[in-house]
Design a protein around this ligand. Structure first.
Ligand code: SF4
Length: 296
C-alpha cells in the first residue's frame, strides 16, 4: 500500500494498527500516514508512535456495518491494518465478512500478508454459522438487510464481489504465500508492492494460484528502496502471457530507470515509456467491463 494511483474508491477500517511481518513492511506507508497525518486523533493515536505501529490493534465498532450503506464502491478493506493480524480475534473478522457479504453492490479488496491464517479461516467449518450470527446484528439494526441471502462463505460462488489477495514483494513471499492463496474460495489477486527484487514469477505461478489480477509498484516515502523498471516490465510480460490484467500503480520514489521521473512516488504515467502504461482492471462480479487506463 502507498499513496500512488488508487484502484479503489473508499478505504474501510473497522480496526487500525498492525506490526511488521515481512520485508515489505520495513517502511510501512500506513504506519507513517496514520502517525503523521492522523496521529493525534483516536483511534490512530492509540496504535502509532513516532511513525511506527506500536503493535496494538484498535477495534472501531461503529465502522463495521458502513459498507451496507454504500453503493457501487470499490472498497479497500483494512488499509490501516492487516485483516488477519494475530491480535485480531475471529469474531471481529466474522463481522467484517458478514458486512461484505451483505454489500453485494460493492467490490472489496482484501489484502493480507497473513495469507496462511486467511486460508484457514475461509475454509473453516465454523465460518457459515459465525457469519450468520454476525449478520443478525446488522439485520437487527437495518431490517432491509434481511432481504439479502447469505450462502456458505466457504464455497467459491458465495460472494464473488470479495477479492482476496496477498503481497508478493519478493521471491520468498511468492514461494511462501501463493499456495495458501490458491486454497481460498474467492477471486484471487496479488499486490507486488513494493517490488524489492528481480521477480522469478512465471505464468505457471499465476495459473496454479488462479490469480486474476496483479497490481505492482515501487516504494514511496523518504526512505524508499529502489525498484528496477525492468522488474515491472518482466511482470507485465508474464501477465500478458497468462492473460491476467495488470495494474502498474507507480514506479516508486527512487526507481532505477533510464528516463527521468519527477513525480514523488513515480505515479505519473505521462513520465513513463508507453510500454509501462498499463492500468487494467479485471471484470468484477457485476460483469460490466471495468475501465482500462493506458496500455492495451
Ligand atoms: S502488514 Fe501492511 S499495514 Fe501491517 S506493517 Fe506490514 S505493510 Fe504495514
Amino acid at each position: 500500500m502507498s499513496d500512488g494511483a488508487k484502484y479503489w474508491t473508499k478505504p474501510w477500517n473497522p480496526w487500525v494498527g498492525c506490526s511488521p511481518i515481512s520485508p515489505a513492511c520495513v517502511n510501512c506507508w500506513a504506519a507513517r500516514d496514520a502517525s503523521t497525518r492522523m496521529g493525534a486523533i483516536a483511534p490512530y493515536s492509540t496504535v502509532t508512535r513516532l511513525g511506527k505501529w506500536t503493535g496494538e490493534v484498535a477495534f472501531v465498532e461503529k465502522r463495521i456495518w458502513e459498507p451496507t450503506r454504500w453503493k457501487n464502491q470499490r472498497v479497500f478493506t483494512c488499509n490501516m491494518s492487516d485483516l488477519f493480524h494475530e491480535l485480531v480475534p475471529d469474531e471481529w473478522i466474522d463481522q467484517v465478512w458478514a458486512s461484505m457479504m451483505l454489500s453485494p453492490s460493492c467490490t472489496f479488496f482484501v489484502l493480507t500478508k497473513r495469507i496462511e491464517r486467511a486460508a484457514a479461516y475461509l475454509n473453516s467449518p465454523r465460518l457459515y454459522s459465525a457469519v450468520l450470527h454476525a449478520a443478525e446484528k446488522a439485520r437487527a439494526l437495518n431490517p432491509r438487510l434481511s432481504k439479502i441471502g447469505l450462502s456458505d462463505p466457504t464455497h467459491f460462488r458465495s460472494a464473488p464481489w470479495i477479492w482476496v489477495g496477498t503481497t508478493i514483494e519478493n521471491n520468498q513471499a511468492r514461494e511462501e504465500r501463493l499456495h495458501h492463496l490458491a486454497r481460498i474460495p474467492y477471486p484471487h489477486w496479488i499486490s507486488m508492492e513494493p517490488l524489492l527484487e528481480a521477480p522469478d514469477m512465471t505464468r505457471a505461478d499465476l495459473e496454479s494460484a488462479e490469480v486474476r489480477w496483479v497490481v505492482q509498484g515501487g516504494e514511496s516515502g523518504p526512505d524508499a528502496r529502489s525498484s528496477d523498471v525492468e522488474w515491472f516490465q518482466a511482470i507485465l510480460n508474464v501477465c500478458e502471457a497468462a492473460k491476467v490484467p495488470a495494474f502498474m500503480k507507480q514506479l516508486g520514489a527512487k526507481p532505477k530507470a533510464l528516463f527521468r521521473v519527477r513525480h514523488r512516488s513515480g505515479a505519473d504515467m505521462e513520465e513513463w515509456p508507453e510500454r509501462l502504461r498499463i492500468r487494467q482492471f479485471p471484470v468484477f462480479h457485476q460483469q460490466k467491463p471495468a475501465p482500462v487506463i493506458g496500455g492495451s
